[in-house]
Design a protein. Structure first.
Length: 133
């Protein structure tokens, strides 16, 4: 048994050493049919009114018409029955053709204006970007 465990440890160590030191979080790069998804989840504070939420939803959607680098946009409200949402209610997907387009979007004045609009209403935000497979 100790021999097997020892071999497993050696194999695991070998695998770790074979990993390229320069690998990054963006290992999955743009391939012919993939798109870069920018996923934004919002948890709003209790004081946020229905009118404020509607305004935020509309303002986020309007960015596609203002920032040409946005390939696609969609959003929806959480309806998972699992109870694991941790209070996040809104999920937004912003799609880009490449990382360069995302790099233009992030500091874009219209995006920054949107971020200032939502500031007082947001309790927490979670952002994850990934390449589709």
């Amino acid at each position: 048994m100790l021999v097997v465990l020892g071999l497993a440890s050696i194999s695991f160590a070998t695998l770790k050493m074979e990993k390229q030191p320069d690998q990054t979080k963006t290992e999955l790069k743009n391939t012919k049919n993939s798109v870069l998804r920018h996923v934004v989840l919002f948890k709003f504070n209790e004081e946020a009114s229905a009118e404020q939420l509607k305004s935020i939803e509309e303002a986020f959607g309007a960015l596609q018409g203002k920032i040409p680098q946005i390939l696609d946009f969609e959003w929806g409200l959480n309806n998972s029955p699992e109870g694991l949402d941790k209070g996040f209610t809104h999920c937004f997907f912003v799609s880009f053709k490449n990382e360069e387009d995302r790099a233009i979007y992030l500091p874009h004045p219209d995006h920054k204006e949107f971020v200032s609009l939502i500031g007082p209403s947001v309790d927490d935000v979670l952002v994850v970007d990934y390449w589709t497979n």
